[in-house]
Structure formats: C-alpha cells, structure tokens
Design a protein around this ligand. Structure first.
Ligand SMILES: Cc1cc2nc3c(=O)[nH]c(=O)nc-3n(C[C@H](O)[C@H](O)[C@H](O)COP(=O)(O)OP(=O)(O)OC[C@H]3O[C@@H](n4cnc5c(N)ncnc54)[C@H](O)[C@@H]3O)c2cc1C
Ligand SMILES: *[C@@H]1O[C@H](CO)[C@@H](O)[C@H](O)[C@H]1NC(C)=O
Ligand SMILES: *[C@@H]1O[C@H](CO)[C@@H](O)[C@H](O)[C@H]1NC(C)=O
Ligand SMILES: *[C@@H]1O[C@H](CO)[C@@H](O)[C@H](O)[C@H]1NC(C)=O
Ligand SMILES: *[C@@H]1O[C@H](CO)[C@@H](O)[C@H](O)[C@H]1NC(C)=O
Length: 495
C-alpha cells in the first residue's frame, strides 16, 4: 500500500503545476487511495516487486487522462491500461460513469449491432462517418470483437432478429458492472463528480488540465502525458478540442421523431407498421439523396411519427432538417410490396366480393392494415362509416389506392426532449488519424466516441463507434507508453 501511494505521489509531483495545487491534488488522490474500494484496486493493479521500488521511483511515470467516463472513455482506459500496465490511467467523469450505457435501449442496452459482417455495410449505417469508417476502423475492433470482449468477461449476449445485440439479462447493469469491475481490477482510476474545464499543451508536449469539482468549488491542475477526449456530445468537450487547436463542426441533434399536426393521425398513437417506405422532401434540398428514402417499421405517437424508418430519416436528414427549421414533407407508402395497379384491382375485387359490407368494417386482409388506420384512410377520402362497398365509386377506389401508396404528411418540427439519442457534429474526422485516433494537430492527443463528427442510426451503431474508437485509442496510447517505458523496464530487469 505505501508503495502504491509513493507511486501516485510521484506522478502527482510531476503532474501538478503549482504548490497550492499540489496540496489539494495530493489530498484528493489521498482520499481516493484511502477509500476502501480504491485501496483494493490500486494495490492489486501494481504487479511490482518491492525490490524494484527504487528504480521505479526514479523512472518517470506516464499519465493518461481520459476526459469522460462514458462508453468510449472507459473502454479506452481499460485497453490502454491492459496494453501498458505501468501507465497511470485516470478517467475524469463529471457526472456518473456510463450513464448512457445504463439508460440505453430502454435499460436493456443495445450494445452493438451483430448483422453487419461486412465492414463496408457497417460503415453505411453512419450518416456522419460512412466514408471514413470504411477503412481500417472496424477492422481493428468491430462488432464481433466487442461481443467477444464482453462474452469473455462474463456478459452473455444475444443477437435479436434485427441485428441488435443485448445482454441476455435484459439489464444494462450487466454491461456497466462488467466495465467498471474490469477497469478497477486493471487499476484504472475512476474519478467522478469532477469536470475537466481547461486544457493546454505545454512547450514540453504535456497537457495542463484544469479539473473542477463543482460542489466544493475547488480547482486542481493535472499534468498529463497523454490525453483522450471521450466527452460525448458535451459542449465542454468541444471547447477543450478547440483550445487544443481543433475545429468543431456545429452540433445538431440526430435520431429524433417527427412532429406532425394531424389530430386524426395522432389519435392512432401506438399503431405500428412493420414496413413502410418513407421519403423526406425538404424545400432546400433539390438534388436526390437516396438516404432520404428509408424502408422499415414506423410508429404513430401522440405527437407524430417515430420508429426505425423515421429515426433513420432524421439521422440522414439531420443537417438539412436543422437548416429548414424541421419543416418538410414526409411521403409514406404504406403498402410498399404492392404495385399501385395491383392495389387498385385488389380493392376492386374486394368491392365485388363484399358489396353489402360496410367499408369501415371490411378491409382487404392482404393489406395487413390495422382497422383504426384503415378508418383514417377512408375518412381522409370522405368515405364515412355506413358506406357500403357497393356504393364506392371507381374514383374513390383509385384515391384510396393512391393515398395508401403516397400519403403526404407535413413535418412541423422535431419531437421534443429525450428523443435525441445522438448529436451530429464535433471534431472533424479529417483532423484525426483513424488508425490510431490520434490528433493530426496535437501529438499525444486522442479522441473517441461521439465527440467526433460520427453518428450512427439506431440499433447499437453509436455504441459501436464508441467501443471501436476507445479501443483503437487505448491500444495506440498503451503502445506508445509501453515503448516509452521500455528503457526503464530494461533497466529494472537488470537490477
Ligand atoms: C437515451 C439514450 C439512449 C441511447 N440508446 C442508444 C442505443 O440503444 N444504442 C446506441 O448505439 N446508442 C445509443 N445512444 C447513443 C449512445 O449513448 C452514445 O452514442 C454513446 O454513449 C457515446 O459514447 P461516448 O462515450 O462517446 O459518450 P457518452 O456516453 O456521452 O460519455 C461521455 C461522458 O463524458 C462526460 N463528460 C463530458 N465532458 C466532460 C468533462 N469536461 N469533464 C468530465 N467529464 C465529461 C459526460 O458526463 C459523459 O458521461 C443513446 C443515447 C441516449 C441519450
Ligand atoms: C428479454 O427481453 C426479450 C424481449 O423483450 C424477451 O423475449 C426475453 O424473454 C427477455 N429475457 C429475459 C431473461 O427476461
Ligand atoms: C438490473 O441489475 C441491477 C444490478 O444487478 C439490479 O439492481 C436491477 O434491479 C436490475 N434491473 C432490472 C430491471 O432487473
Ligand atoms: C369500375 O371498374 C371496373 C373494374 O375495374 C369496371 O368493370 C367498371 O366498368 C368501372 N365502372 C365505371 C363506372 O367506370
Ligand atoms: C434499443 O432497443 C430498444 C428495445 O429494447 C429500442 O426501443 C430502442 O429504440 C433501441 N435504441 C436504439 C438506439 O437502437
């Protein structure tokens, strides 16, 4: 124990920029080390012989600070510490660790997506990043690697029909607990309730970080050799990147529902369609963008439309929708597998077979429509409840068919609070090396996760970006730190 303390204080001595800060930092680390849980992991993590102590103390200890204890930060920290056990790894999290992992997928955690064996197909699920992520990124650590990582550490996973991967427990705590215990047993320091509020690079290439603990109104200064910014969509993270010479692509929300002002539609709240083709038309977008047409399930909510097809449109259209004030037209084909002519004759045959039936009560079963929605369509065409099929004109039949194939909704805005799962924008990928996640602007600076201008559609793709980026960054930092320690290690071995 005293040995671990010595190691920590050693790096603190190197790691602080003023005397007053030394005392404070020492105190807080002292507290960390004396906390019962922390004691356990710091001592077990350092597999050093007592005889090596003196050389160890002479050796300069390297410190990696990870800003943000989300998926990317914690995964990256574990990886760095695994590759370079001698590296000190400190995760600073302003709120709670892994809070988004905990709430994702309705508390089940959509860990990743297991349906994209081909990395090119996988990359196509990222409205921001699809071109760049076609390269080495997922080859270095893809969905299969992530699944093995968790399975190897005791988290049983299952792949659902649509490819989404969940813990068998249906409880995101399995994933959170696994990550935290892995971090602790490797000796990663996890500090919560503190925010990194300032960063600069010193002439010697180190990072001077300002760390604030809001509740106590205290400020610490930490000097880091390596910095991994994994701050998610936080604006604070963006400003750290800006301070270190990066640019930021304006953040805008992605993955939201559409607000549709149509009380007859929203009265159908809860109705789902297993397959529609939905096309988004925006005034400012004249050219044809294939991704603004999506096929998939759709859901009526009490303020408009949602479901995978809509969320995908919101993601691919995120920037256009933002600039158009979230106004546009949504054109939905409710029977995408039927040609309009087949649909017309189907309706006509139905009319001939059931002339005495009331239209509201009798919908061709082949259409697979929910009764409430069938009524919505008929009401739209002025076909009221008591109308018999026999009295439906051919024109009306054609209109019903057209409406089912080409139903236009006015998008009036985006769904409010809590629907925005991700943020588009952040550090442009052109400013980092994707094979190491290192900054092209500042050496020893790394980024991973949502802080980058990468975001995926629903189904676990956003987490996969965080796992892959964290893993690659952790590997690169670990290797660099390992090499930096190599000289010291050789010296130690010779003692
Ligand atoms: C409700 C909800 C559900 C979601 N569901 C899914 C899903 O099912 N599947 C999927 O793939 N994606 C989902 N996402 C998106 C996914 O959660 C994110 O893409 C993913 O968490 C990004 O990981 P990250 O580590 O980059 O960022 P985050 O998980 O956001 O972690 C960043 C962390 O950094 C901390 N931080 C930021 N700035 C600082 C600072 N200056 N100092 C200290 N700490 C800081 C933050 O407090 C945060 O904990 C969901 C998101 C939400 C909000
Ligand atoms: C987990 O959830 C799925 C889908 O909701 C369900 O089919 C399965 O039985 C659940 N498993 C457990 C262990 O609760
Ligand atoms: C999930 O697991 C945690 C810890 O194992 C437990 O406290 C929690 O009640 C579980 N949640 C559900 C919904 O089962
Ligand atoms: C309506 O359509 C049917 C079949 O498509 C056709 O036989 C019939 O003549 C049409 N009636 C009118 C009034 O156009
Ligand atoms: C995650 O899965 C849940 C189902 O458990 C689903 O409701 C949610 O939309 C999914 N989220 C993403 C981002 O795929």
């Amino acid at each position: 124990m005293s040995f671990s303390l010595a190691r920590f204080f050693l790096h603190l001595r190197l790691g602080v920029s003023s005397n007053t800060a030394t005392t404070r930092t020492r105190k807080s680390f002292g507290y960390l080390l004396l906390a019962p849980k922390a004691t356990k992991f710091t001592t077990t993590a350092i597999h050093k012989d007592k005889s090596q102590k003196s050389s160890e103390e002479e050796e300069e200890e390297k410190l990696l600070v990870v800003v943000g204890g989300g998926a990317a930060g914690v995964y990256g920290a574990i990886r760095a510490k695994t590759v370079a056990p001698n590296l000190n790894v400190l995760v600073i999290e302003k709120g709670k660790l892994l809070s988004k992992v905990k709430i994702s997928g309705g508390g089940r955690c959509n860990v990743t997506n297991g349906h994209c064996a081909d990395n090119l197909v996988l990359a196509d699920h990222y409205p921001r990043g699809n071109k760049e992520l076609r390269g080495s990124f997922f080859n270095m650590h893809g969905p299969v690697d992530t699944m093995s990582w968790f399975v190897d550490r005791g988290v049983e996973l299952k792949i659902e029909d649509d490819g989404r991967v969940f813990p068998v427990s249906n409880n995101s705590s399995s994933v959170v607990d696994c990550l935290i215990s892995e971090a602790k047993c490797r000796g990663v320091s996890l500090q919560t309730g503190k925010a990194v509020t300032g960063a600069s690079a010193s002439a010697s290439g180190k990072f001077l970080l300002k760390v604030e603990k809001r509740t106590l109104n205290s400020v610490e200064h930490v000097e880091a050799d390596y910095l991994l910014i994994a701050s998610g969509s936080s604006l604070q993270g963006h400003s750290l990147a800006l301070r270190l010479g990066h640019s930021i692509i304006d953040p805008v929300p992605s993955l939201f529902t559409f607000k549709i002002e149509d009380s007859q539609l929203t009265a159908l709240s809860g109705v789902t369609f297993s397959k529609v083709v939905a096309k988004l038309k925006l005034e400012d977008v004249q050219r044809n963008i294939p991704q603004l047409t999506q096929v998939g399930p759709m859901l009526v909510t009490h303020w408009g439309l949602s479901g995978p097809a809509i969320l995908r449109l919101s993601a691919w259209g995120a920037r256009y929708l933002y600039s158009s004030g979230y106004k546009g037209k949504l054109i939905v084909d409710f029977v995408p597998d039927l040609h309009i002519e087949d649909l017309k004759s189907m309706l006509s045959q139905h009319k001939n077979r059931f002339p005495k039936q009331k239209v509201h009560n009798s919908c061709p079963t082949e259409l697979g429509l929910v009764k409430r929605f069938w009524k919505y369509i008929l009401d739209h065409e002025g076909l009221v409840g008591d109308t018999l099929w026999a009295s439906v004109s051919n024109n009306s039949l054609v209109s019903v068919a057209r409406l089912l194939k080409h139903c236009t909704f006015e998008v009036k805005g985006k769904g409010q609070f809590k629907d925005e799962f991700v943020t588009a924008g952040g550090v442009p990928l052109s400013e980092i090396h994707l094979n190491t996640m290192e900054s092209r602007i500042q050496p020893n600076l790394y980024f991973a996760g949502e802080v980058l201008n990468v975001d995926g559609v629903t189904g676990g793709f956003n987490f996969q970006n965080a796992w892959s980026g964290g893993y690659i960054a952790g590997t690169s930092i670990g290797r660099l730190a390992g090499n930096a320690n190599l000289e010291g290690a050789i010296r130690v071995n010779r003692v």
